[in-house]
Design a binder for this molecule. Structure first.
Ligand SMILES: [Zn+2]
Length: 279
């Protein structure tokens, strides 16, 4: 293009303070600037590229459970600090900061409710609270929810949104939750009851390696990051480049780890159909 010289563009530089806060969100996948109200109306899914933004645990319950039917279990259960953990921040400080930031007491909520008029037990982890990691409160609330489903002969849904796995601040107490939740699920299975695990972005590490990975049916949202160790660590360990889309829902569906991918707007009706069919 030397003949015509360089095209002349006017560069408009916007200072950050010129953009009103809280009105717009930039899509993490396609970088489109989205009006927050439009994004909310679209269930926090980018209308341009179908990127599924993270939902809070209560937003997820509102999405799946019939209005006013959710009864929360173990609302006031809070974490102890068995190791008296001290790092850049103590565990107590971290818990307090995330409680204030999210309004949650820990990284999971659980309870019973109706899904299209069918009674179910549901637990949802929230990746905003210490990355949705599994400490003793998360493990205990999930275990009690599973036991309630077994006792009342009800199907169970656990929606995972957990970038962290075991919660290092609780050491061994945290690791124990993996076997505890899975043992409770084994009793639920022995009673011939249905457990649907819903994997959302992200579901990783100890959560994926325990209750999230053992659903009778495993449903995932599109393009969710699902796995055990993060891709960078695996690449460094095996010294090989990983295939494109590795650890994303679509790749895992193709390789048989998950059973179906369902868009957020269709998730409730898909679960409802599964319960009609299997329960
Ligand atoms: Zn997008």
């Amino acid at each position: 293009m030397a003949l015509f010289g360089k095209p002349k563009y006017t560069i408009v530089r916007l200072k950050k303070k010129d953009i009103p806060e809280g009105l717009w969100t930039k899509c993490e996948e396609c970088s489109e600037t989205l009006y927050n109200k439009t994004l909310e109306e679209n269930l926090k899914v980018c209308p341009k590229c179908n990127y599924h933004f993270i939902l809070t645990a209560y937003e997820r319950v509102n999405l799946l459970i019939d209005r006013d039917s959710f009864e929360e279990y173990d609302k006031d259960m809070i974490s102890a600090d068995p190791l008296d953990f001290r790092g850049p921040k103590t565990y107590k400080e971290k818990l307090l900061a995330d409680k204030e930031a999210t309004g949650l007491k820990d990284a999971v909520i659980s309870g019973s409710g109706l899904l299209d008029n069918k009674k179910v037990i549901i637990a949802v982890t929230d990746s905003r609270f210490i990355m949705g990691s599994m400490g003793s409160v998360v493990g205990e609330r999930i275990t009690r929810a599973i036991e309630s489903a077994t006792k009342n002969k009800l199907p169970l849904i656990i929606v995972s949104g957990s970038g962290g796995g075991a919660r290092m601040y609780e050491g061994l107490y945290s690791l124990m939750q993996m076997s505890k939740t899975c043992a409770a699920l084994a009793y639920h299975k022995a009673a011939k009851l249905l457990y649907v695990s819903v994997l959302t972005n992200p579901t990783m590490a100890g959560v994926m390696a325990s209750f999230a990975g053992v659903g009778d049916i495993i449903v995932a949202e599109p393009k969710a990051l699902i796995g055990f160790t993060g891709p960078r660590v695996i690449e460094q360990t095996i010294r090989q480049k990983l295939p494109a889309g590795f650890q994303r829902s679509e790749f895992l569906l193709e390789h048989g780890l998950i059973d179906m991918i369902t868009c957020r707007k269709d998730l409730k009706s898909a679960l409802s159909k599964l319960f009609d069919y299997f329960c």
